[in-house]
Design a protein around this ligand. Structure first.
Ligand SMILES: *[C@@H]1O[C@H](CO)[C@@H](O)[C@H](O)[C@H]1NC(C)=O
Ligand SMILES: *[C@@H]1O[C@H](CO)[C@@H](O)[C@H](O)[C@H]1NC(C)=O
Ligand SMILES: *[C@@H]1O[C@H](CO)[C@@H](O)[C@H](O)[C@H]1NC(C)=O
Ligand SMILES: *[C@@H]1O[C@H](CO)[C@@H](O)[C@H](O)[C@H]1NC(C)=O
Ligand SMILES: *[C@@H]1O[C@H](CO)[C@@H](O)[C@H](O)[C@H]1NC(C)=O
Length: 341
């Protein structure tokens, strides 16, 4: 197990925890003087999010005569007793449910943590006589987006007139990246986006979405995809140095043409593994209309086909109207009349 002396203390305690779990999580079968009993601890749900409730169930079977003299105790990871038989010590924090009104006849003792906190994470155990069984309460603290900001980089175009540049500078000051006041890149320059998660466990996987493109931050497969550069910096959180982490990514948009942007574009930083709509922040960017040198989108193809069908229909209609006229008019009016619909 102890591969080297450089192994972090947290790794060691994790391995120790794991070995304790492997030994005891399934069940402890104990031979006592007059009987043989089994004690098993389990937890639901796995993992549990901070703020939710969790159940820790102790299953005691075949306790026999000893059941009359001994109690079943639930202990928190700190070792503190939280319940004895069917009585919870701190009813503000915990409930207890037994599967029999008579605590001595019950076989299931379920402690419900009403609101799980980060400190509840760890090995809980139930104890009977000298035997105990462990259950690991795996607590997640989902991260959210703490901030998503953009700072201008590069220079506005030199060809722009002085007045235009002054107006652009004023607009840049007023811009806040909202839909109403997008960052204006019509005169050139770019933006450096920074997206940062709150402290969370597991560490947030960030992504940047725009126009149907989704870029994982960092993008390990292709860090230069779409000419976006990204770096990740995981700084640890002061409250729990081992597990809680923030994730920060910086993405460079050198200019609008680098991503072939035109008009208003929404950039969305989101937590990758979450479908929660609350876990994102948006920044809007305004770019100049550019000549198209890339394939049409599905929508544009659809619009173009509708247009083509309509055009053909109009031509046919023109011919129908035209052919209903007298043949004598044909030569005079053929050039100007057919499309009058
Ligand atoms: C086992 O049971 C016998 C007789 O009932 C008793 O005398 C003895 O003290 C018990 N031993 C233990 C370890 O409980
Ligand atoms: C915990 O146990 C109680 C009582 O059996 C039950 O009502 C509740 O749904 C359980 N909650 C979870 C998260 O398993
Ligand atoms: C269970 O208790 C018995 C005595 O009651 C003891 O000999 C045994 O080591 C205990 N087992 C565990 C896993 O603690
Ligand atoms: C940041 O954390 C992620 C996931 O935990 C990891 O893949 C990445 O290598 C870490 N980056 C740095 C710079 O530590
Ligand atoms: C936009 O940025 C790319 C990548 O940095 C660069 O190659 C290109 O010349 C820039 N285009 C303009 C118009 O500044």
């Amino acid at each position: 197990f102890y591969k080297s002396d450089t192994m972090a203390p947290s790794t060691c305690s994790f391995l120790l925890t794991l070995s304790i779990l492997l030994v005891t999580i399934a069940e402890t079968v104990a031979k006592t003087n007059d009987t043989e009993f089994r004690i098993t601890a389990s937890v639901t749900p796995v993992p549990v999010n901070v703020g939710q409730s969790a159940n820790l169930t102790c299953h005691l079977e075949s306790a026999g005569k000893q059941r009359k003299t001994y109690s079943v105790y639930w202990h928190s990871p700190t070792g503190a007793e939280v319940a004895e038989n069917c009585i919870a010590y701190n009813i503000e924090k915990h409930d207890i449910f037994c599967n029999n009104r008579d605590a001595k006849l019950a076989t299931k003792y379920t402690v419900r943590i009403k609101t799980v906190s980060w400190k509840d994470r760890g090995l809980w155990y139930c104890k009977f006589v000298t035997n105990q069984s462990y259950a690991f309460l795996d607590v997640n603290w989902p991260a959210t987006i703490e901030r998503f900001t953009a700072t201008p980089v590069g220079q506005p175009s030199r060809d722009a007139a002085a007045g235009q540049q002054a107006a652009a500078a004023a607009a840049a000051k007023a811009a806040d990246g909202s839909a109403a006041a997008p960052y204006d890149l019509t005169l050139g320059g770019g933006l450096k986006f920074t997206c940062r998660s709150t402290c969370g466990y597991p560490a947030a996987q960030l992504k940047l979405d725009y126009r149907g493109v989704s870029v994982q931050l960092p993008d390990p497969a292709n860090p230069n995809a779409f000419r976006v550069r990204s770096v990740s910096d995981n700084s640890t959180c002061s409250s729990d140095g081992n597990l809680l982490k923030t994730t920060e990514s910086t993405v460079l948009l050198p200019n609008c043409s680098a991503l072939k942007l035109d008009g208003k574009t929404r950039f969305r930083c989101a937590i990758g593994d979450s479908a929660e709509p609350a876990i994102y922040k948006d920044i809007y960017v305004y770019c100049p209309a550019i000549p198209r040198d890339y394939p049409l989108t599905q929508g544009e193809i659809a619009a173009a086909s509708v247009g083509a069908v309509l055009g053909v229909f109009l031509i046919i209609l023109g011919f129908v109207l035209f052919c209903q006229r007298k043949p004598a008019e044909e030569l005079d009016e053929s050039a100007s009349q057919p499309m009058q619909v």
